[in-house]
Design a protein around this ligand. Structure first.
Ligand SMILES: [Zn+2]
Length: 91
């Protein structure tokens, strides 16, 4: 049986939130319009998101961005893992 990798824990250094998110850029989002009501309001269905690439990883609460020592935004999964292990308290 393969040894289970230890999870990498994220904790925002700015607001202490543990929610990590990825922000994608260059996405195309389309939403079906189910109803246009009498007063002109559009009622949308579930959006469909296509394409996209990683813009950056960051805190979902305050928008803190994960960056390397040179100040570049992290875009690779293994960079994020390394960042978490280095900058966040791992239990
Ligand atoms: Zn935060």
């Amino acid at each position: 049986m393969a040894k289970k990798e230890k999870e990498a824990l994220f904790k925002c250094p700015k607001c202490s939130c543990v929610g990590l998110e990825v922000v994608e850029i260059n996405v195309t989002a389309s939403s079906p319009i189910h109803v246009i009501s009498e007063d002109g309001n559009f009622h949308y269905g579930k959006p469909n998101i296509e394409g996209g690439e990683v813009g950056y990883f960051g805190c979902e609460k305050c928008g803190f961005e994960l960056k390397d020592e040179k100040g570049n935004q992290l875009t690779e999964h293994d960079e994020v893992v390394a960042w978490c292990r280095k900058n966040c308290k791992q239990e």
